[in-house]
Design a binder for this molecule. Structure first.
Ligand SMILES: NC(=O)c1ccc[n+]([C@@H]2O[C@H](COP(=O)([O-])OP(=O)(O)OC[C@H]3O[C@@H](n4cnc5c(N)ncnc54)[C@H](OP(=O)(O)O)[C@@H]3O)[C@@H](O)[C@H]2O)c1
Length: 271
């Protein structure tokens, strides 16, 4: 597979690292990025060729990954419009940019897969939501899946409007876990633990709980029940969280993020 990345920043580097760390690396990867530092960094770290503009990068590519910030996407799409061919799969990782917006610029017949990765992709532990536009067939979906699976897990959506919910759950989600870890650390410190000890306990509890839940075949609710002895310390803490409206608060946070995502992508506010 020949891949072109438009934008060679953090997320592109994470995907390239995953692709070249896997058993079946791409035949060829080209990157276009206006920043000489970004080009040098990528060429030093991976067997990729970098260019200042898009033309050389997309020539002969099977998949074109749009990996610039959403703000520069109109300029990127304008430059790509005369270059992209129907046989190429376009994979966008730009938050909030709809298939309709990309199709308007590139043409209705171009296969486009919209994806929403998250920051843990930078350590190969990401998860991405994927949605395939109407011009995509199975081969285009497979191409997109191969790229995004390089940085972690993938889930497919069959309704593009749900990409805003994916953004609210997993896109913004790492920040929620950071906040919880921060609060746990501060509470441990308030309870008398030395700051470094409180920080280490909170951090490794987050990592351990996440790993354990990801590896287990049990639902997280069951895992929670299994570590909650009746009348014990965990139950006392969970009751305080429930009484304080923890679940409702998380639901409210996800709803706020979903609505903000809809506003940013210029869609009408939904449910
Ligand atoms: N990072 C995340 O956790 C995350 C999560 C989900 C989705 N995303 C999406 O991933 C995309 C990339 O994010 P990132 O964190 O990798 O951003 P980034 O590190 O800023 O990378 C973007 C790169 O694109 C370059 N660029 C700017 N204009 C360009 C153009 N016309 N043609 C080609 N390259 C151009 C930038 O160069 P300059 O620096 O010189 O402008 C920069 O090197 C964004 O759309 C974001 O919404 C990121």
């Amino acid at each position: 597979m020949n891949i072109a990345f438009i934008g060679g920043g953090n997320m592109a580097a994470a995907l390239i690292a995953g692709l070249y760390g896997a058993d079946n690396p791409p035949n060829r990867t080209r990157v276009s990025d206006p920043s000489p530092e970004a080009r040098e960094r990528l060429e030093a770290a991976y067997p990729v060729e970098c260019f200042a503009d898009a033309q050389a990068a997309v020539e002969g590519a099977d998949v074109i990954v749009l990996a610039t910030k959403p703000q520069v996407m109109p300029t990127v799409l304008e430059a790509l419009a005369p270059l992209v061919e129907r046989r190429q799969t376009v994979v966008s990782i730009a938050a909030g940019i709809t298939i309709a917006a990309i199709s308007r610029a590139l043409g209705d017949d171009i296969p486009i897969v919209r994806t929403m990765p998250n920051t843990p992709a930078l350590v190969g532990k990401g998860i991405s939501g994927l949605y395939a536009g109407p011009a995509c067939n199975d081969a285009h979906r497979k191409n997109a899946q191969r790229i995004m699976a390089a940085a972690g897990e993938v889930v497919w959506l069959d309704d593009e409007a749900l990409m805003d919910v994916v953004t609210a759950v997993s896109g913004s989600g790492p920040a929620y876990y950071f906040l919880l870890t921060e609060a746990l650390r501060d509470a441990g410190q308030a309870g008398g633990l030395p700051p470094a000890t409180a920080a280490k306990l909170a951090l490794h509890t987050a990592r351990g709980a996440g790993e354990m839940a990801a590896q287990s075949e049990l639902d997280v609710a069951e895992l929670r029940r299994r570590v909650t002895s009746p009348g014990g310390t965990t139950q006392a803490a969970l009751e305080a969280l429930t009484e304080g409206g923890f679940n409702e608060l998380v639901a409210k946070a996800v709803k706020a993020a979903t609505e903000r995502g809809r506003e940013l992508s210029g869609e009408e506010s939904g449910s």
